[in-house]
Design a protein around this ligand. Structure first.
Ligand code: ZN
Length: 214
């Protein structure tokens, strides 16, 4: 079972991928992690990638393909979760070829769909206790006593600089731009399945399981 997992930042893609790894023994392949691992290992491809990155250039599709090929050779029957790859139609075609060469094929492209307005509200409203780290939300989980942490009683709170509306909207727009070139490619082949990413972690996981087991 080889899948691509898509979803904008904040949709819980990382959490779902971790679950699939833990429960099904699937391997998550993100190009960033792969590149870092290859460079650290000092393999011939890793050394090539390192030289390119040190020169401040983008790692070519050929190098990324070679890396994915290596990882696929080690991947077992449980399958692979592609995360952040492919980004272009050319990469999507290259991936098909890499899989076919190994007698594999993509089973599903699962997209965690979010309600953008709701996601903005969820993320932009987050804050936490500056002392004990307890999490709060402007709308959904205010401290029981206004201005005092339920857990430790302190009056100091903090917000992550990234948790603001503008940053969230920018990240959502980037996500749409990144997936726009590849979604139609997979739509045409009937591989795309959409999951409601606004549900609880367990609900989303259950929907994904259902797709994988169907
Ligand atoms: Zn506290």
């Amino acid at each position: 079972m080889d899948i691509i997992l898509l979803g904008p930042p904040g949709a819980g893609k990382g959490t779902q991928a971790s679950r699939l790894q833990a429960e099904r023994g699937m391997i998550q392949l993100s190009t960033g992690d792969m590149l870092r691992a290859a460079v650290a290992s000092g393999s011939p491809i890793g050394l090539k990638a390192k030289a390119v990155m040190e020169a401040g250039e983008l790692v070519s599709d050929a190098i990324v393909s070679a890396l994915i090929g290596e990882r696929l050779d080690d991947a077992g029957e449980a399958g692979v979760i592609f995360d952040g790859y492919p980004r272009t139609r050319a990469q999507a075609e290259a991936l098909d070829l890499l899989l076919a060469e190994r007698g594999r094929s993509l089973d599903y492209v699962i997209e965690l769909v979010v309600d953008e307005e709701e996601l903005v509200e969820r993320i932009a409203g987050r804050f936490s206790c500056a002392r004990c780290g307890a999490g709060y939300h402007d709308r959904f989980k205010r401290p029981k006593v206004e201005g005092e942490c339920d857990v430790c009683g302190t009056t100091e709170f903090k917000r992550r600089p990234d948790d603001n509306e503008e940053t969230v909207r920018t990240r959502l727009a980037e996500y749409r731009k990144k997936t726009a070139p590849i979604l139609p490619y997979y739509e045409e082949r009937g591989l795309v399945r959409r999951v409601d990413g606004m549900g609880s972690v367990d609900d989303v996981a259950a929907e994904i399981e259902e797709i994988l087991d169907s």
